[in-house]
Design a protein around this ligand. Structure first.
Ligand code: SF4
Length: 162
């Protein structure tokens, strides 16, 4: 299971397959991480610095995080994609990236991920992939990553120490 949480200046990824329940997160920021609560991660409960430090101690890499860089991500199901935007103070939105998929009988095929060059290296593409994968998992659809970047994200860390 893949989950993406975004709030303020931090975006948090959680990959349940790597989670070994050593509970360092619960100890490090008990207001943020609480097993049994839904959602079990609530980024509104503690300062970013506390959350960041706690995530850095996750022993398996199940948790990771990036700064949002004032970019938000959302699903655009009408166009089969997730999209990243920046917003100006007067509310004008500028697209900074997208991740596209096709629905087939086999599942959701992710075939393209792209981020504007000035926003590369900020974890935005990973957020876009997670946004789609989370939605597919909630629908019970299989993910078929044809896009090499999406495949790398989903394969990342499979050979880590667990
Ligand atoms: S510290 Fe990491 S591995 Fe341990 S319970 Fe939390 S998310 Fe899972």
């Amino acid at each position: 299971m893949h989950r993406l949480y975004e709030y303020g200046d931090i975006a948090v990824f959680w990959d349940s397959e790597k989670c070994r329940h050593r509970k360092m997160c619960v100890t490090g920021s008990p207001r943020t991480f609480e097993f049994g609560r839904r959602p079990w991660i609530d980024l509104t409960k503690a300062p970013t610095a506390e959350i960041w430090e706690t995530i850095s101690k996750c022993p398996t890499g199940a948790l990771s995080c990036v700064y949002t860089h004032n970019v938000t991500t959302e699903l655009d199901m009408d166009n089969c994609r997730s999209v990243a935007f920046t917003s100006s103070e007067d509310g004008v939105r500028q697209q900074t990236g997208e991740c596209d998929f096709k629905k087939t009988e086999e599942g959701w095929t992710i075939y393209h991920t792209e981020v504007a060059p000035e926003f590369e290296g900020k974890g935005i593409a990973k957020r876009l992939v997670y946004r789609l994968v989370e939605a597919a998992e909630r629908e019970g659809a299989q993910i078929i990553p044809v896009c090499s970047y999406a495949k790398r994200v989903l394969d990342a860390g499979k050979d880590r120490e667990q």
